[in-house]
Ligand binder design. Structure first.
Ligand SMILES: Cc1ncc(COP(=O)(O)O)c(C=O)c1O
Length: 362
């Protein structure tokens, strides 16, 4: 056996690394980033703030100041605290590692965010995917049956879901929370909450097994890598034991504290992106052979139903025109011929629409 076969776990060898395409020179509409930057005056002030940060010191690991700012500006209910992560990706890893008892399972509707399954596998847990209905709503009966059969330690519900963009029915989610009960946590992943304006955060006290996970990435701070998560203090204490002590660096901490003092700027950007979303849905729906699915997020899922060209063809034609979106058609059978595009500025949305029109005509 080779060194690799001797030391690397077979399930890791069987995985492919998360692929991030090089987007240099492209109109980048593949990763649900906020296209807007901070206004000049705030950027200058932030620069001054960051220049004062003591880079020679480790972060203070309690992160209490940042946590208080998050709790007060992001609607965390009184009496609840948060745990911070290097992006919500790291929080997903933390929960997986904390819950990975031998034989423990992770459950999520599919298609869903790929890191749920990947992180489960990294932690040595089995991932159980429960297909959504063809209209991308939750198959509640199948979810409840799977919870009964597998007793998952972790169930993920992305609210709204990626890559489909829709919000699941809140009453169905409550039934899932109740069914999981004492045998598993339900992580409501609200990465796209600024665009959905729907949240389970105020309901934390109702469900001892509810974990609400958020990120600042889609709000406009993807580059600083900061996620946060709230749940009962009993659970939080356990998850915090698994968190590396200095997982959020001092620059991220200082930048987040500064921007959260000006969160109205990011909220206004989210509001204009919601307007742009409405407009883009209408413009795409008017194109021949394009189906647009309802979205509560800052991206749209579309299906190409054009006899002249497939979604793969449209994706390549857009690449030729230097527009990068995400081809999700091979991710799951329910996503056949589907593409996902980030809602962006009026200019970038126009470039994307023109490229779409040209590729459908070609
Ligand atoms: C549903 C969902 N959760 C979490 C994440 C990861 O967010 P972060 O940038 O905080 O790691 C994403 C990123 O696309 C996502 O779609």
């Amino acid at each position: 056996m080779s060194l690799i076969e001797n030391i690397i776990r077979p399930e890791v060898r069987a995985l492919s690394a998360y692929h991030v395409p090089d987007a240099g020179g492209f109109v980048k509409l593949d990763a649900m980033e906020n296209p807007y930057v901070l206004p000049e005056t705030l950027r200058e002030e932030l620069g001054r703030r960051l220049s004062d940060v003591a880079l020679n010191r480790y972060p203070v690991p309690s992160y209490s100041q940042l946590k208080v700012k998050i709790c007060t500006t992001q609607g965390v209910p009184a009496g609840f605290d948060v745990i911070l992560g290097n992006g919500s990706d790291e929080l997903i890893t933390i929960v997986s590692v904390a819950c990975a008892k031998p034989g423990a399972k992770v459950l999520a509707p599919t298609p869903g965010f790929v890191m749920y399954a990947m992180s489960a596998k990294f932690a040595g847990m089995e991932f159980v995917g429960v297909p959504l209905k063809p209209d991308f709503t939750l198959d509640k009966a199948a979810m409840l049956a799977a919870i009964k059969e597998h007793k998952p330690a972790i169930t993920y519900l992305a609210y709204p879901n990626n890559p489909t963009g829709n919000l699941f029915d809140a009453d169905d989610m409550v039934d899932i929370l109740r069914a999981a009960g004492d045998s598993g946590v339900v992580i409501v992943d609200e990465a796209y909450q600024p665009f959905a304006q729907a949240t389970f955060m105020p309901r934390l006290a109702e469900f001892p097994n509810l974990v609400v996970m958020r990120t600042v990435s889609k709000l406009g701070l993807a580059g600083i890598r900061l996620g946060y998560m709230s749940c009962s203090s009993a659970l939080l204490v356990e998850f915090d034991k698994v968190r590396p002590p200095y997982n959020v660096n001092v620059l991220t901490q200082a930048a987040a504290e500064f921007v959260l003092d000006h969160v109205d700027v990011l909220d206004a950007q989210a509001t204009s992106l919601r307007w742009e979303r409405t407009k883009l849905i209408a413009d795409l729906a008017a194109l021949p052979g394009v189906e647009v699915f309802p979205s509560a997020a800052n991206f749209l899922l579309i299906r190409v139903k054009n006899p002249k060209i497939s979604a793969d063809g449209v994706f390549s034609a857009l690449l030729d025109r230097k527009v990068l979106i995400k081809n999700v058609g091979k991710m799951h059978p329910l996503l056949e011929n589907c593409l996902r595009v980030t809602v962006s500025t009026p200019e970038e949305n126009r470039i994307f629409l023109d490229a779409m029109k040209a590729s459908l005509d070609s």
